[in-house]
Design a protein around this ligand. Structure first.
Ligand code: KE4
Length: 429
């Protein structure tokens, strides 16, 4: 595959945009080389600036679950645009998508729309703190909830239980209120609760993690978190920005049968336009301005174009629920095929999968948290990523990301993906 024009465009972009990108993971720093620049996308395919067609396994990091440029979504946005693009005044469409989301997702009475997953998670934490009148939060190493200061925290040094900033610009004052636990490790949560009795507003978690690669909760882990929260008057916040409306119509809460107190959404809920949302029981959500004291706002929140795209996508998923089973089957087929190629070549690896989320890790032991995810051989991952890209398959450009399959993918596309791996698998030994 030739990427000359993409490289030239990247050089140009770097003159005007920090790192040449508007979000760091796009810059290929984890895998090396220059990023491709996309000209257009349709269905399961990306079309880059050098005329290459690539099978897309990130689906814009989740939103494009129906495939790119889905006709119904495109038509809805075009039609809505003719009525104007933003009012800053309530519209009926916001109520329609709110009712649909509440019908689809268990355990929520009310939902507030914002403009990104970060905004949804940031607002959910403020709401939890405002509702409980407590300051500290527990998050898990390796889970990503967007780039709000409270989340850019790494493990504190030594015995300190509170976190330290993992980015310049995040203050120690902010970091001290974020406590760090370890995924699938209930004792790490219990010890934080013991050390900070009565101080913890919420536990926020990706109920299926997608930012360490894909990592599933151990059996009973989410149920145990639910019990701990009930016992200690702590709110449980499920960050379903990736999993919401993807792992089931009702997300992980439906698929795994555990209910959170606040759930956040992004990606699919916006149908490819900028939308995030957070939702919960009325008792909690009514604490939000203008009814309640917890402030949260946004000029473009509930924007008519974004609502048109999101409503159309949710409606399509809600009325064609066989899409979820179809995606599960396609992902299982990909898993089986990739595993056979890697096993036959004697390549040590792990594959984690649930629904249409999957990731490959080149390491010996099962990947169950950030520590085990970090043991993946990144040189092999780089070889894997570029080997696939050179054969027209676009995988996430980082070992710490999940793939997101879309419904436009055909079994022929998946066969091509498996065949591509077999062509260079010996380089992964
Ligand atoms: P956004 O602000 O990027 O819309 O959402 C933040 C967010 C919150 N919660 C979870 C579980 C997320 O995965 C994300 C964002 N996901 C990344 C992919 N790892 C988006 C890609 C990017 O940062 O460019």
């Amino acid at each position: 595959m030739i990427y000359k024009r993409s490289s030239a465009l990247f050089d140009e972009a770097k003159k005007y945009i920090p790192g040449g990108v508007n979000s760091p993971v796009r810059a290929f720093n984890a895998v090396g080389g220059d990023p491709i620049f996309v000209k257009k996308a349709a269905g399961a395919y990306l079309h880059d600036e050098d005329g290459n067609q690539l099978i897309d396994y990130i689906s814009s990091w989740g939103p494009m679950i129906l495939g790119h440029a889905h006709p119904k979504v495109v038509d809805a946005v075009i039609e809505k645009t003719k009525d104007g693009t933003s009012y800053g005044i309530p519209t009926e469409l916001e109520t329609k998508i709110a009712k649909l989301a509440i019908d689809m997702v268990p355990g929520i009475d009310k939902i507030r729309f914002v403009n990104s997953g970060t905004e949804a998670c940031m607002s959910a934490v403020r709401l939890a703190r405002g509702y409980t009148r407590k300051d500290k939060i527990i998050k898990f190493a390796g889970c990503y909830h967007g780039h709000s200061d409270s989340f850019l925290i790494q493990a504190g040094s030594g015995g300190a239980t509170f976190g330290e900033p993992n980015s310049p610009g995040v203050t120690k004052g902010t970091a001290k209120d974020t406590l760090l636990a370890h995924y699938n490790n209930l004792d790490s949560v219990k010890s934080l609760i013991q050390k900070h009795k009565g101080e913890i507003a919420c536990i926020i978690i990706e109920p299926v993690a997608g930012n360490m690669g894909c990592i599933l909760p151990n059996d009973g882990f989410l149920e145990d978190l639910r019990s701990l929260c009930d016992e200690h008057n702590i709110l449980l916040v499920f960050d379903e920005v990736m999993t919401g409306f993807r792992l089931a119509p009702g997300g992980v809460q439906e698929r795994l049968g555990v209910l959170a107190d606040i759930v956040t959404f992004g990606k699919v809920v916006g149908g490819g336009l900028p939308v995030g949302a957070f939702a919960g029981k009325a008792e909690i959500m009514n604490h939000l301005a203008p009814d309640g004291p917890v402030y949260q706002a946004g000029t473009l929140s509930g924007n008519p174009l974004a609502m048109a795209a999101g409503y159309t996508m949710l409606k399509e998923l809600n009325e064609n629920r066989s899409i979820f089973e179809s995606l599960d089957k396609k992902t299982a087929y990909l898993h089986k095929g990739m595993k056979k190629v890697l096993d036959d070549a004697g390549v040590v690896h792990q594959i984690n999968r649930i629904g249409s989320m999957i990731s490959i890790h080149f390491c010996e032991e099962p990947v169950v948290d950030f520590k085990t995810a970090a043991k993946g051989n990144n040189d092999k991952f780089k070889t894997y990523f570029h080997g696939m890209l050179d054969r027209g398959v676009y995988m996430p450009p980082s070992a710490f990301e999940s793939y997101f399959l879309n419904d436009a993918l055909s079994y022929e596309d998946i066969d091509h993906t498996i065949k591509s791996l077999s062509e260079f698998v010996d380089k992964l030994k």
